[in-house]
Design a binder for this molecule. Structure first.
Ligand code: ATP
Ligand code: MG
Length: 575
């Protein structure tokens, strides 16, 4: 691309709504343009990067025998009604009707479509396993679209779906795709970790699932990581253990006055107890198959409750925080709730890290009163349950190595998930097995947010001047500018530009006739791996050009005759 003829513009101003570096830089470097909330136009240079990500994804999936298809962006509502997700998806799914009044939606994901395709086209075990994928537009009416391509409403996803006769076969494909993802993110030049993720509550336990997370400040996900064992898990799922245990012995139960002290911090300060020797109460409402149930959960005073774990434990469809209305309904005294002398039967769940024989401070279910020396086994109302419902945190002990874990922020770029027979069962899919008997196949699904991946790559690779593209997904490799206005310089630059592109070095020629100041600023902002400059004076002195490596700032003089080989080896060294 020659900039004099190119459709490219950079911007000095940071857009008001752009909070994180990748969003700011993608707008400023002229890669994307906002159309509306969570809606973007991919401009020529941005699109080139997106296409490169897609191509790498495609190559690695094709290599392991997946088949690319394209399903419609619009899906008939009736398929979603078959699986019940027409109701479950809620407002995330954009729905509308056609002229005949038939329900349609813009696909937020495509399990239903692919399962329908499968049941119409695959009849025998001989056609299994099969993995189909597409790289296609998705729409999710996210509550908070933000961060540019990171959390858009319309975005591009590679979604793959595999079908199997049995679990062993699913496990094998799952591992192959997991490994392909590792190859993809390595080729993209990203630092990533594959973390154990929450698979929700499925029959017989949790579904096997991993997220591929790009470690970056701006990440919306919290990860628990152990450098020693390489254990990594999304905090929603992490099972790291408390490092501080309550080892007190059982003391006598004592009712104490705690006037107006309704927070754990205030109560513990007043009583001179550390927070880990107290229990804090949280009230939730769990909705399970039309039934609403009030849940009273207890965790250590210095812990947070993990709602995902609680929801899975309860096998609830939804979990919401209890309101004043629910507190009144269950006769709970706000600020002083405890597991003893409850005035009405509610379901009580105590975190499994609580030492049931030790002494704790707990609410006494009376206004302005707490208990001290409370021992769960001795004093709690009968019928409580224990479960792991706490949120892991920094300093917890790794379930593998026993060493302290750290917390990192991550951007989820990919997700692999074993679905089991959730969709095939709901949609009555069967295939004939060896014995000629109809069996329900099982499925896996595998996503990569290709547009989000580009944003994540920038989030990991930038500095104060702009983007620093990994070579594999840079829109171009070389930003080539000239200093000097002589006709022969211009002609020579054009000649070199052609030569580089012909040699497979993707080059932009800045022939806009701008001064070096503007040119260098734009080059840094766009952040192609190499910047090449043809300076009239240098060239006259010995046919030399100057190349600067965006990532390191180092620069080299290169003789015209060696340009292609030297640039190629520099690019190679940056991979
Ligand atoms: P998140 O928790 O970030 O909302 P998700 O669990 O809903 O993600 P999946 O349904 O597993 O995501 O989708 C697969 C991939 O699609 C994700 O790993 C992510 O890379 C991408 N993705 C999901 N939502 C968005 C979005 N709103 N904008 C851009 N990419 C997205
Ligand atoms: Mg989501």
């Amino acid at each position: 691309m020659k900039l004099s003829q190119g459709y490219w513009q950079t911007y000095k101003e940071i857009p008001n709504d752009a909070e994180i570096p990748s969003h700011q830089l993608m707008i400023r470097a002229g890669l994307i343009n906002k159309t509306g909330g969570g809606l973007y136009t991919y401009l020529p240079l941005g699109l080139r990067s997106i296409r490169k990500v897609e191509q790498i994804v495609r190559e690695e999936l094709d290599k392991i025998g997946c088949f690319e298809i394209t399903m419609g962006v619009v899906t008939p509502g009736e398929l979603w009604k078959e699986t019940g997700r027409w109701d479950v998806m809620g407002q995330l799914m954009l729905r509308f009707q056609d002229r005949a009044g038939r329900d349609l939606c813009i696909s937020p994901t495509n399990e239903e479509t692919v399962t329908d395709l499968f049941r119409k086209t695959v009849k025998s075990y001989k056609q299994l396993p099969v993995t189909l994928y597409q790289i296609n537009t998705k729409f999710r009416d996210e509550i908070r679209p933000r961060f540019g391509l990171m959390r858009g409403r319309e975005f591009t996803m590679k979604d793959a779906y595999s079908f199997h006769e049995n679990k062993d076969c699913l496990d094998k494909t799952y591992t192959e795709i997991y490994n392909a993802y590792c190859a993809i993110f390595t080729r993209l030049g990203l630092e990533y970790i594959a973390v154990e993720a929450d698979g929700g509550a499925m029959a017989g336990g949790q579904a096997k699932t991993h997220e591929f997370q790009v470690v970056a400040e701006a990440g919306e996900d919290t990860l628990i990581y152990c450098a020693e064992s390489r254990y990594a898990a999304n905090v929603e799922k992490a099972e790291a253990k408390r490092s501080v245990l309550n080892k007190t012995s059982a003391q006598d139960l004592k009712l104490v006055d705690t006037p107006n002290k309704s927070t754990i911090e205030d109560v513990c300060n007043l009583l001179g107890k550390p927070q880990e020797e107290s229990l804090k109460a949280l009230v939730y409402v769990a909705v399970t198959d039309q039934k609403e149930e009030i849940i009273l959960a207890f965790v250590h005073g210095d812990d947070l409750l993990n709602e995902v774990k609680l929801q899975n434990y309860l096998r609830a469809n939804h979990l919401t925080i209890g309101t004043e209305k629910h507190l009144t309904e269950a006769k709970l005294v706000k600020g002083f709730i405890g597991p003893k002398d409850l005035k009405q039967k509610v379901r009580v769940i105590i975190d499994s890290s609580v030492n049931l024989e030790a002494s704790y401070v707990v609410g006494a279910n009376q206004v302005d009163k707490h208990y001290q020396g409370f021992v769960v086994t001795r004093d709690a109302d009968k019928g409580f349950e224990t479960a792991d419902i706490r949120m892991s945190k920094s300093g917890d002990l790794c379930p593998k190595s026993g060493k302290p874990v750290v917390v990192k922020k991550g951007i989820e770029v990919g997700h692999v998930f074993q679905l089991g027979d959730k969709y095939t069962k709901a949609m009555n899919v069967t295939v004939l097995n060896k014995e000629g008997k109809g069996v329900t196949p099982i499925m896996g699904c595998y996503g990569i947010g290709t547009t989000r991946t580009v944003a994540a790559a920038i989030e990991q690779h930038y500095d104060k001047d702009g983007i620093i593209w990994p070579v594999a997904i840079a829109p171009y490799h070389v930003y080539f500018g000239m200093i000097g206005k002589a006709d022969e310089t211009f002609a020579l630059a054009n000649e070199i530009y052609k030569e580089l592109n012909a040699a497979g070095i993707e080059t932009i020629l800045d022939d806009r006739g701008q001064g070096p100041g503007v040119m260098f600023k734009d080059a840094d902002l766009l952040g192609l791996p190499l910047r090449l400059v043809l300076g009239e004076r240098d060239y006259k002195e010995g046919n030399m050009l100057e190349v600067k490596v965006r990532k390191t700032g180092e620069s080299h003089k290169i003789h015209r005759s060696e340009l292609v080989t030297k640039l190629k080896s520099l690019l190679e060294s940056l991979k």
